[in-house]
Ligand binder design. Structure first.
Ligand code: GLY
Length: 572
């Protein structure tokens, strides 16, 4: 985790727009936690890499708004963080304008036209997970380029060429390999070579301090800057992409690319105590599931129980268990399935869901499975949070799904393809790579979007912007975002402390309460075990990598850049 204050010129200008501290302080109900992360006067970007946060923050300092910065940051992550940043994947953006208007953009990948329900089953009906996880067959139709152009068209103020120029310069100049990146690349190198041969840029061993350059990606970005969205969805770049995928046995055609559209959707908006929470609606499960968890917990005095007390963890676990069971059964692409959204978050329904909860013992999940804990990967997908000088906020989670997606690298265009098809339910009752058990609502169909857990979120308090938050982490995204919000709201942690705090996770099936390696006492775990909670023993994974911003009572911004990664807050 790093923190960078942009110089000066921009910071001086802040004086003109700072609201009187006095006014804001009088509106505070309780002393706000002292910030421990980067504090900036006017604007901030927090993302997985310093290069991307800096490029986004520089757009803000030049007078661009949060949406301009989103375009630049998203593309800069594709260069600086190819592990999850992408042109070959998709994502979700939740926004809140400074007048309180909220909205969201769905640029999730779609199943190709050739897709069908049993496409990843063998002749006996058994799943063929390699086909949905590795190589060309795993890739859904990418949405990211449509996403940035949709955002730019609706809200952008600076020309696309200007937004992409520093990203192109970064791709040409190259990106320094960090220790964590070298380790990640080492971990997948054999797979990358198996899938791509040994001529891709990542085939040679990368050491900390090396520089990786991306000339093909720079050329792709130049064509996008010059020719616009259709370059990717029908032009030269689209043709190269479709030919490349099909030559390797994949399903994406030029027709798929031509038909792809990003979709503006109403976000999920709900109250939790004195907060208003704005998050992503289906085809992400994030907003609905977080809504259920928090509403099931709301009647209890969490603050009184204490952070990471056995009772607090038990309550969270039981709410999450019930919410994930609903998630896996009811949620899917709303353009294809009826989702009983109102019922799922209805107060009476949620009260009934918790009616059999008791602090005396664990509620067993419907069918207890022996969970293979390898399913919990820590950092695939990536999140960034932005607040601009006008008080507009953008919360974006974007993904290739697995680490480096399908690991298929489109050499002529310079980016990885996603393996998002694995987020569909390949067969009812069979877990995906995150151990999530799917149902009919998330079965495969042509042009359907696969269910996601991504939870880009914005929180208001007293009608004002308060938090911008999100994380990678597959199925653990929803619990990590929910715990981060609770850490600040219930337990008075600063943004940085809330992001860094140890996390735990439960997702109904496998029936396993998973703790991160540090920060949870053996005695507390023993007491939960006695109540009937199966607890992970051997493998204690990293859960999430949260990047967040808190608006302080005086209007300044505190960044929370997760110490688990190379994540960096840059502000001014
Ligand atoms: N691919 C991870 C997610 O969308 O939840």
């Amino acid at each position: 985790m790093k923190q960078v204050l942009l110089p000066v010129r921009a910071r001086q200008a802040a004086l003109f727009v700072l609201l009187p501290t006095f006014l804001l302080l009088t509106r505070c109900r309780q002393a706000a936690p002292t910030p421990t992360g980067l504090v900036a006067e006017r604007a901030m970007v927090v993302s997985a890499r310093e290069e991307a946060s800096r490029i986004g923050a520089e757009v803000l300092a030049r007078g661009g708004n949060a949406f301009d910065a989103m375009v630049a940051t998203e593309m800069a992550l594709a260069v600086a963080y190819p592990f999850a940043g992408n042109l070959g994947g998709g994502g979700f953006m939740v926004y809140r304008l400074n007048d309180g208007t909220v909205g969201s953009l769905d640029y999730r990948e779609k199943a190709p036209l050739a897709a069908h329900r049993d496409m990843y089953l063998d002749s006996l009906g058994n799943p063929l997970p390699d086909l949905s996880r590795k190589g060309a067959t795993a890739a859904g139709v990418p949405g990211t380029v449509a996403g940035i152009f949709a955002v730019h068209e609706k809200f952008g103020t600076l020309p696309m060429e200007e937004l992409l120029a520093p990203v192109i310069a970064l791709a040409e100049k190259g990106v320094r390999v960090t220790a964590k990146q070298a380790e990640r690349l080492g971990g997948v190198r054999n797979d990358l070579i198996t899938i791509n041969g040994d001529s891709i840029p990542f085939a040679a061993e990368s050491l900390e301090g090396d520089t990786l350059k991306y000339p093909a990606l720079a050329q792709t970005l130049k064509r996008l800057a010059a020719n616009g969205r259709d370059e990717f969805y029908g032009g030269h770049t689209g043709k190269v992409l479709a030919d490349f995928v099909q030559a390797r046995g994949g399903f994406i055609t030029l027709e798929d690319l031509k038909r792809y559209q990003a979709v503006w959707r109403d976000p999920v908006v709900f109250g939790y105590k004195d907060l208003k929470i704005i998050s992503m609606a289906p085809p992400s499960s994030g907003g609905v599931t977080m809504n259920q968890i928090l509403k099931m917990m709301e009647p209890y005095d969490l603050r009184e129980m204490g952070m990471h007390s056995a009772r607090a963890i038990q309550l969270f676990t039981e709410a999450a268990r019930r919410a994930y069971a609903d998630r896996n059964y009811y949620l899917g692409d709303p353009d294809f399935v009826e989702i009983p959204r109102e019922t799922l978050v209805d107060d009476e329904y949620l009260k009934q869901r918790m009616a059999d909860f008791s602090f005396e013992k664990a509620t067993p999940s419907n069918a207890v499975r022996e969970g293979s804990l390898q399913v919990y990967e820590s950092a695939e997908t990536t999140h960034y949070s932005i607040v601009d000088t006008q008080g507009n906020a953008v919360s974006v989670t974007t993904t290739l799904n697995g680490a480096y997606g399908s690991k298929l690298y489109c050499t002529p265009l310079g980016f990885f393809l996603n393996n998002e098809m694995d987020d569909f339910s390949l067969k009812a009752g069979v877990p995906n790579m995150f151990g999530l058990i799917g149902a009919e609502a998330n079965s495969i169909a042509p042009e359907k979007r696969m269910l996601s857990s991504m939870t880009p979120t914005i929180v208001e308090r007293d009608g004002d912007l308060w938090l911008v938050v999100g994380t990678p982490g597959g199925s653990t995204i929803i619990t990590a975002v929910t715990q981060t919000i609770l850490n600040v709201h219930e337990f008075d942690l600063s943004m940085q402390q809330a992001v860094d705090a140890p996390r735990f996770h439960h997702q109904w099936l496998p029936d396993m309460l998973v703790f991160e390696p540090e920060g949870f006492s053996p005695a507390m775990k023993d007491s939960l075990r006695l109540l009937g909670y199966p607890i992970n023993e051997g493998l204690t994974p990293i859960i999430g990598k949260v990047d967040a911003i808190r608006v302080l009572p005086d209007g300044r911004l505190e960044g929370g850049a997760d110490h688990r990664g190379d994540d960096t807050a840059v502000g001014f």
